[in-house]
Design a protein around this ligand. Sequence first.
Ligand code: ATP
Length: 140
Amino acid sequence: MATFRLEVVTAERMVFADDVNEVVAWGMEGQLGILPHHAPLMTMLQPGDLLIKKDNEEEYLAISGGFLEVRPDKVIILADASERAEEIDVARAEAAKRRAEATLKERPPGVDAAAEAALRRSLARLKVAERRRRKPRGTA
Ligand code: ATP
């Protein structure tokens, strides 16, 4: 299977770097799949889960927004924050979700972009952590 280099970085650290077969990210208009030899591209990402496929294995990362760039030699995701499934503190994400929901309950939709983004970040983290709980790595 053809591969390409994927790097997921934040301002603080390299979260993921490996040769992969496919990556599926949340662009601003929906999901975006990248395969080897994709045309150069630069796009914003919204908070969501990032699916990485390699050798019939799937790994999910939580991405709290950022940019995805397809370069000729590699694909770089520069994320505001990103966690691997095993790094996610579920209780913290649940607390963040409750806080964002409580804030949004008081406001009409579309008014509080910060709370809506916080809610999406918490949901992405919970989704990634939940997938790992159901199917730990190595048992695919
Ligand atoms: P919180 O309100 O709990 O701080 P947040 O969505 O505002 O959540 P971010 O600003 O996206 O947090 O991230 C700040 C830092 O904390 C980043 O390094 C991020 O990786 C980490 N982080 C945030 N939430 C979690 C979590 N549930 N588990 C592990 N790390 C987290």
